[in-house]
Design a protein around this ligand. Structure first.
Ligand code: ZN
Length: 425
């Protein structure tokens, strides 16, 4: 199948990466991430009831949507639970020779990336980063000769680059041992990330060049350094990699042509510059990091009460979901300053709309701001300020008058959980 070419124009210093996928449209076979079978609840009638009660909340992917929020994630992406082996190759070019050692480049991303995934997944994803070749792999052509620009499609430059990488690495690397590949490019190749972010992931791509019998179907390329100049690069610069790997696991981009205004700093697929942040609860469910028993599906008409514990803490009910249709609904979760969520300045109940009909980069998730036009509660660099105080506090109510839905935060319990009341037609 032909690649889809997408260009997303955005202001400087916002992310530019595109999860390009080649998927057979209409395939709805078993989940690559095992979401549909990932219940820890006991077998038998109780489990069956819990599963069927969740069915209306499993909004599905839609034909023609390249990378969707729908469940389950289609096959072809890397699995996102258990041990995931990541091959890291550091490359440079005759006209952009690696400055410093390749091991230094690797150390910009590890062990932080592995730690980030362990924390976010509650230990369900064990990210094993390997770098069997410790030196720079020199490409045979100058960087410019590959014609790589922001938004480049897989063909032809990237295909040639991947073929050259495979040729150079194959004598020492068994590609079939890995679930995903990270190409860590020498930072002096191409423009500064401050001007143009080239980092990109080609995921779910079965047409990629083959090495050791397997296509390099899920490969992330990291360029330059996302150094915002605030002096925090050493702590937060790695975050481009978990973002790009999010595409490898099937997650879409949540930033839009306007930048981070749809989701703000509430998901690393929205903003991966600046302070650390986590993933939305919806994404954690999609990736198989939350059990079915941790999802409360508000599908029935009338009033329902939900007690939600903070997303950053393991165990307990994490996500209430209010389906609106077969492709959309509201997600409700508790966000606090803990775990990977470093920049939360107003903890509370985050409410957002998920729409599996909306493609990557077009706004598949929209966060509801409890305090519109407040300006937000943070001035940290590269954190979307307006949405930083989006969570709803006890006593506050979100309403969608058209759908006849309200979500009220009844109170906060002493153990940190929040009580939420949903009213729906
Ligand atoms: Zn991206």
């Amino acid at each position: 199948m032909p690649q889809t070419r997408r260009r997303i124009r955005r202001p400087r210093r916002t992310r530019a990466c595109i999860g390009l996928t080649v998927l057979v449209l209409g395939v709805t076979a078993t989940a690559s991430t095992g979401i549909s079978t990932r219940s820890h609840s006991a077998a038998g009638p109780v489990a069956a009831t819990a599963e069927s009660a969740l069915a209306p909340c499993r909004i599905a992917g839609t034909m023609g949507v390249q990378m969707s929020e729908g469940l389950p994630t289609p096959p072809g992406y890397s699995r996102s639970t258990g041990e995931v082996r990541a091959l890291n190759l550091m490359i440079d070019f005759p006209d952009a020779k690696g400055e410093g050692t390749a091991a230094d480049r690797l150390a910009e991303f590890f062990p932080q990336t592995s730690d980030w995934f362990r924390t976010s997944s509650y230990g369900r994803l064990t990210y094993r980063a390997e770098a069997p070749i410790r030196d720079w792999l020199r490409m045979p052509m100058p960087f410019a000769a590959y014609g790589i620009e922001r938004g480049s499609a897989y063909e032809p430059g990237y295909r040639q680059l991947v073929e050259h990488i495979v040729k150079a690495a194959d004598p020492e690397v068994d590609f079939s041992r890995y679930d995903l590949v990270n190409i860590l490019v020498t930072p002096n190749a191409g423009p500064s990330a401050l001007d143009t972010v080239l980092s990109v992931t080609f995921s779910g791509n079965a047409e990629a060049p083959v090495a050791d019998g397997v296509p390099l179907a899920n490969t992330s390329f990291i360029y330059s350094r996302q150094d915002d100049g605030s002096g925090s690069y050493r702590e937060t610069g790695f975050r481009v990699l978990p973002h790009e790997n999010g595409h490898v696991f099937g997650l879409p981009d949540l930033y839009t042509a306007e930048g981070g205004g749809a989701v703000g700093h509430w998901d690393i697929m929205s903003e991966d510059w600046g302070a650390n942040n986590d993933l939305l609860g919806w994404h954690k469910w999609k990736l198989g990091w939350l059990d079915s028993t941790q999802i409360s599906c508000a599908a029935k008409s009338g009033v329902s009460d939900h007690t939600l514990s903070p997303l950053a803490v393991g165990g307990g009910m994490k996500l209430a979901f209010i389906p609106l249709s077969e492709s959309a609904g509201y997600a409700v979760e508790v966000r606090t300053q803990a775990g990977n969520d470093e920049a939360v300045c107003e903890p509370g109940v985050l409410i957002y709309k998920v729409d599996s009909d909306v493609d990557t980069g077009r706004g598949p998730v929209i966060v509801s701001d409890s305090a519109n036009t407040s300006g937000g509660c943070t001035r940290r660099p590269n954190v979307h300020a307006e949405l930083s105080d989006a969570p709803f506090r006890p006593g506050e109510t979100f309403t969608d008058e058209k759908a006849g839905i309200s979500v009220s935060v009844v109170g906060e319990l002493r153990n940190g959980s929040y009580q939420v009341r949903v009213i729906r037609p």
